[in-house]
Design a protein around this ligand. Structure first.
Ligand code: ZN
Length: 209
């Protein structure tokens, strides 16, 4: 395969990138300043070795020499220990953080549970979630906010979590809430604007399992 076609095929595997956009990326690399394309190539080559996953919230954070296994946010004692937001991906955590409304801690599930998918427990980081909830419960956790996309798969994931987490929420007397529907149907968390996320968080509703 010719390099242009091969790179186009690879860009097509990126989320939300279609064939035309993939080809535009390739031509951009060929026509942009050489330093820019070199910088992109170097970052692509090194990003995995320079990034680690936080052992508490599971989000990606830059590897530094201090040797911490948890991210800055999880080590920040100024955050509110009574709330933990469970989000599908890092991008969703970023969107909530940008809304500047939420001051609790996060957990990144690593995906969602497909409606007809088998082995839902393998689609998300369930054992790690249970471990993180237990850690936070011993440190003043009162509420779990299940913050999913406002679409059928998001709703299904929330239902699955409410059911699966029932024993642990009962054990530690935790309240479970979901985002309010100021957040209209079909909205993906990562694309929601900060104001919409603010309203969805303020109008969150309690779930009884
Ligand atoms: Zn963390």
């Amino acid at each position: 395969m010719k390099p242009i076609d091969e790179l186009t095929e690879l860009f097509k595997t990126f989320p939300s990138v279609g064939p035309r956009q993939a080809k535009r990326f390739v031509y951009h690399l060929l026509t942009t300043q050489k330093d820019t394309s070199t910088r992109i190539a170097t970052l692509i080559k090194t990003i995995r070795e320079n990034t680690v996953t936080c052992t508490t919230c599971q989000r990606f954070f830059p590897k530094q020499n201090h040797g911490y296994t948890t991210c800055e946010e999880c080590r920040d004692t100024q955050r509110d220990p009574s709330i933990l937001a469970i989000v599908p991906r890092d991008t969703d955590r970023d969107a909530i953080e940008k809304s500047k409304t939420f001051k609790g801690y996060y957990f990144v599930l690593g995906g969602t549970v497909p409606i007809l998918g088998e082995h839902p427990e393998k689609r998300i980081r369930l054992p790690l979630l249970l471990r993180t909830i237990t850690q936070h419960a011993k440190n003043g956790l009162k509420e779990l906010i299940i913050a999913m996309d406002a679409n059928p798969e998001g709703d299904h994931t929330a239902e699955y979590l409410v059911k699966t987490l029932q024993p642990i929420t009962a054990e530690y007397a935790l309240i479970t809430t979901v985002l309010g529907r100021g957040f209209s149907t079909g909205t993906e968390l990562e694309y929601a604007d900060p104001e919409t996320i603010q309203n969805a968080l303020l109008n969150r509703s309690k779930i009884t399992s």
